[in-house]
Design a protein around this ligand. Structure first.
Ligand SMILES: Nc1nc2c(ncn2[C@@H]2O[C@H](COP(=O)(O)OP(=O)(O)O)[C@@H](O)[C@H]2O)c(=O)[nH]1
Ligand SMILES: [Mg+2]
Length: 698
């Protein structure tokens, strides 16, 4: 359906940790609004949001889904992002497109760390939110418990606008605290029938009505004065005051549903159109002028110059699909726009709304609309598109550093080019995927947000591009260095038949501070080695350092000085001096007490406070060094420096230690010497790997 009145647009995300019931709720909303003819289910793979085979197989959302619905002449863009930690980059980017959200929680109010993180992002983005308690047909918990728990963790002003009638199997309706009427569930499409409030919930209803009036009055001076003087506040004034408070993100109304059963969905849709903002209720967005770098802003007003953010890229049967939300102004199909991030022109062809995997053509779009276009030339996730005559660029999207790397085992060498190009295409739609190379054996390294993430990438490689790879154990990029200064001779003298080979070098090696890499110093005086052979020596030295000494890992943080040597008029050559240089440095290293270095990560673990003892104890056993422990609400944030080798497969361990409630992120910090008692094992393993590698090559 074309959208004509911007005040009737809602761009709503379903937000929460994985498993909260977002996708099921989205399906119930579509069905209740008549956008679908039957309610799709995650469990049987019939959800229009989770249509990718990798999602259906796992029964979880891996990538944001989209669908529109129409409710009471409003056009609602429903955005359904993932909630699991491995896929939160997609969630964050989708949130940049939203105008508001429905935050999904459970009847006991317990929130996992992902939910807290997402709530925090919603605060950063200033997103108005309804809190929707779902799964009320199945799970235990009273309204008072849910409120207490969520208020404690989120530190937000939650205010029920409904109280539930019955719970679990007996959950059969809600009291609407604005009309003070019971709404009893009818059928499976979210419909309700209005009745008088049953006696059993009258007490709750009166109590929460009073709290609602008070909460709204507190946000509005006029209403507050009247409330304190005991004056009457009409239901109309209450609605108006509530809407303003919600739009300003100062109150978060709480409602009850069962997504799976479709119970209470029509009142939820009513609340979405009544209380959540339209694009014009949202503040201007801040950015800059890419030419002058001056601060600029754009109002979400159809009359403002056009600007839009690409927040997602995906592959579809019709080619690359770029998804953007219009941040200001209006745009038509077949328009030339400016890519302000890359300073290039881009032609938008046909504009589409997305209904699951279906694309619905539209002729134009205005602020708040979620739009897909195909086959953009050089436009990528995060880019800003704008009017050619009114340049404007939005700030870059949040970066997500990878936390785990796997080497890829190829079924055949010839596949390599195909793998790289396939990975490049997957990288287009997945900002958390990074591709690199192992410096030791040139293996392709796949890095991502966690093991599950990388496994999903491998599945997509196979399904979409027919590329079959296996994941090798995660790799630790060890390094080598020396701890003492030493010097040695490196000499090559060969006399085989005709012309001989001669090169002679004296080399000194000394340690440099961590992170300094490599320095080569030429201290040759009086032509002991002719000028033209000095770069040859350096080349030989570099090659020898790259091959390592103890376990074949690159040697770093050394200064190598060439201070003497000799040559032969006929037998000296570039190659002879390369070899002599490499001999010299190897001989010197042997005397310079070489050691192994290992990468150390800084990890930040967020866990419920009751787990803190287990987590710090476990980090200790992993040779971790505690840096800080900080309470954030009822979550503890533990920061520690831990050797990478000890924390390669942390995700499943953390999951089992915290019953799935902990999350972590980590990044590389620095290199440190491997403790003596561990060196031998690493050296043995490296030698074995090299031997196998060598055999494989034959
Ligand atoms: N009984 C019941 N189960 C639900 C409800 N909502 C979701 N579920 C189930 O909870 C699981 C996770 O739901 P899903 O919608 O995929 O959650 P998401 O990860 O937040 O999108 C699925 O097995 C659903 O069938 C509900 O309202 N009632
Ligand atoms: Mg989902």
């Amino acid at each position: 359906m074309a959208v004509d009145d911007i005040r009737r647009i809602r761009t709503v995300g379903l937000l929460a940790e994985g498993g909260a019931g977002k996708t099921s709720l989205g399906e119930a909303m579509l069905y209740a609004a008549g956008a679908t003819t039957r309610q799709g289910r995650v469990e049987d793979g019939s959800s229009v949001f989770d249509f990718e085979p990798e999602e259906i197989r796992r029964k979880i959302t891996l990538s944001t889904g989209f669908h529109s619905l129409t409710w009471k002449r409003h056009h609602v863009f429903v955005v359904d992002p993932p909630g699991y930690a491995n896929f939160l980059a997609d969630t964050r980017y989708a949130m940049e497109a939203l105008g508001s959200a429905v935050f999904v929680a459970s009847p006991n109010g317990h929130l996992k760390v992902e939910s807290e993180r997402i709530w925090g992002w919603a605060n950063d983005l200033n997103l108005p939110r309804l809190v929707c308690i779902s799964r009320a047909d199945r799970e235990e918990g009273t309204l008072a418990q849910a409120l207490a728990e969520m208020t404690r963790v989120l530190e937000a002003k939650l205010v029920p606008i409904q109280v539930p009638i019955g719970s679990q199997a007996n959950f059969r309706g809600v009291v609407d605290l604005l009309t003070m009427k019971a709404l009893l569930f009818q059928g499976d499409n979210g419909a309700v029938q209005e009745q008088d409030i049953p006696a059993e919930v009258q007490g709750d209803a009166d109590e929460y009505r009073e709290k609602l009036v008070e909460a709204v009055a507190e946000t509005n001076d006029d209403l507050l004065a009247r409330y304190l003087e005991g004056g009457e506040i009409s239901t109309q004034e209450l609605r108006q005051g509530l809407r303003e408070a919600v739009v300003a993100s100062s109150l978060f109304p709480v409602v009850y549903v069962s997504g799976l059963r479709g119970a209470g969905i029509q009142p939820l849709l009513d609340a979405i159109v009544e209380y959540l903002p339209s694009p014009v209720d949202r503040p201007a967005v801040a950015g800059t002028n890419p030419k002058t770098h001056e601060a600029a802003e754009r109002k979400p007003d159809p009359a403002a110059p056009f600007s839009a953010r690409i927040f997602k890229t995906l592959e579809s049967p019709t080619g690359k699909l770029s998804v953007f939300v219009v941040t200001s102004g209006k745009v038509d199909s077949d328009t030339v726009v400016h890519n302000a991030t890359r300073d290039t022109k881009e032609r938008l062809g046909q504009l589409f709304h997305m209904d699951g995997k279906k694309q619905v053509p539209v002729t134009s779009a205005m602020a708040g609309e979620v739009i897909a276009v195909t086959k953009l030339k050089d436009t990528h996730t995060g880019d800003t598109l704008c009017d050619e005559k009114a340049l404007f660029v939005l700030p870059p999207l949040m970066e997500f550093a990878p936390v785990i790397s796997f080497a890829l085992g190829l079924k055949s060498r010839g596949d390599e080019e195909k793998i790289m190009s396939s990975l490049h295409r997957l990288g287009e739609e997945d900002a958390a995927l990074k591709v690199g190379r192992d410096t030791q054996n040139n293996d392709i390294l796949l890095s991502g947000a966690g093991q599950l993430h990388v496994e999903v990438i491998v599945e997509k490689l196979k399904r979409r591009y027919g590329v079959d790879v296996e994941l090798k154990a995660p790799k630790v990029p060890y390094r080598e260095t020396i701890t003492a200064k030493a010097d040695a001779q490196g000499r090559l003298k060969k006399q085989t038949g005709g012309r001989g080979q001669f090169g002679d070098t004296w080399i000194r090696i000394e340690p440099l501070p961590r992170g300094k890499g490599f320095e080569f110093v030429d201290e040759i005086k009086g032509g002991a080695i002719p000028r033209q052979y000095i770069p040859s020596v350096e080349k030989g030295v570099i090659q020898a350092l790259a091959r390592g000494f103890l376990a074949g890992y690159p040697m770093v943080d050394v200064r190598v000085a060439l201070y003497d040597g000799s040559y032969h008029d006929v037998d000296s050559s570039d190659l002879a001096f390369q070899i002599a240089g490499s001999y010299g440095v190897q001989n010197a290293i042997e005397k310079a007490r070489p050691v192994l270095l290992e990468p150390v990560m800084v990890i930040e673990v967020a866990v419920p406070e009751e787990n803190i003892g287990d987590i710090t104890g476990d980090l200790n056993r992993r040779r971790g060094r505690l840096l800080s422990v900080e309470a954030k609400g009822h979550t503890e944030i533990i920061k520690a420096a831990v050797p990478m080798s000890e924390i390669l497969t942390y995700a499943p361990d953390l999951r089992s230690m915290t019953s799935g409630r902990g999350t972590f992120q980590m990044e590389f910090s620095h290199y440190e010497e491997v403790p003596h008692h561990l060196v031998e094992k690493i050296v043995q393993e490296a030698k074995q790997a090299q031997a196998e590698h060598g055999h494989a090559a034959h």
